[in-house]
Design a protein around this ligand. Structure first.
Ligand SMILES: [Zn+2]
Ligand SMILES: [Zn+2]
Length: 255
């Protein structure tokens, strides 16, 4: 059994690749991927995503404003209302990305702080996206009291020291298909060193398809390739990776 802890189900190709979201969920189930978390990136797109996933009890949602979408429409009250929905199990994705948009740094920090505050208030875990912003990310999490709600560093590509600092705040570390890429040598070492009790797996679909699907559009069913790669790296069974990461998912998001 496997869980895809981070996908963007409203962004998949429903023209040529899939016949609707039911098809995506069925393909995941056929690969033994039994639960999915569809992650929001703007408030504008949130109602449509919720409508798409509404019929599926095994699909959860998060509500957030992505650091690369901070110029989209925002209202704290509206976000509070959206995030209070029972199907919403997390706040995010939020965080900081100084790699692609250093020019929106100040607004990214403001939105991030607002989402940390909301997560603490609603006691829902945070889904964090961070790139080129290690110190500021930890600083905002600490100042906002994020250890009270916990969360996950998604699509992890940082170093072991950052992972340890995040785990000290009670955070989990989520591994994407990047770990299967040949050039990701440092990440492979980090994945070997992390405690299994803190690991999650994700596709971040439609992005970042793992080997051997690279070049194709990613989908939740492919999270099994991420699990298989981690199992091989750590010298443990695929079923152990599936079981542990599924337990971790439940402990964090379905508590
Ligand atoms: Zn992200
Ligand atoms: Zn994402």
């Amino acid at each position: 059994m496997f869980v895809d802890s981070h996908c963007h189900l409203d962004k998949l190709d429903y023209q040529d690749l899939h016949q609707g979201i039911g098809d995506v969920v069925a393909k995941a189930k056929a690969a033994n991927v039994t639960e999915l978390l569809s992650v929001g990136v703007t408030l504008d797109a949130f109602p449509n995503m919720m409508e798409m996933i509404a019929p599926y009890d095994n699909v959860y949602a998060s509500c957030g404003v992505h650091p690369l979408d901070v110029e989209s429409d925002f209202s704290f009250e509206l976000m509070h209302q959206y995030a209070s929905h029972t199907k919403v199990v997390a706040i995010g994705e939020t965080g900081l990305d100084y790699h692609y948009q250093p020019e929106t740094k100040a607004l990214q920090q403001q939105r991030f702080e607002q989402q940390v505050a909301l997560a603490v208030e609603l006691n829902k875990p945070l889904i964090i996206h961070t790139r080129n912003a290690r110190e500021d990310t930890l600083d905002i999490l600490r100042r906002g009291g994020a250890e009270k709600c916990g969360g996950v560093i998604h699509c992890f590509t940082e170093d072991l020291a950052f992972a340890q600092a995040a785990m000290e705040l009670g955070f989990y570390i989520s591994i994407s298909g990047i770990v299967t890429f040949r050039q990701a040598t440092e990440l492979k070492e980090v994945v070997k060193a992390l405690p299994l009790e803190r690991l999650l797996i994700e596709t971040d679909s439609p992005y970042l398809a793992p080997v051997p699907h690279r070049g194709k559009q990613n989908q939740p069913a492919y999270v099994v390739e991420v699990a298989a790669y981690i199992a091989q790296l750590r010298g443990i069974s695929l079923s152990e990776v599936g079981q542990k990461t599924s337990d971790n998912f439940r402990n964090l998001f379905l508590r």
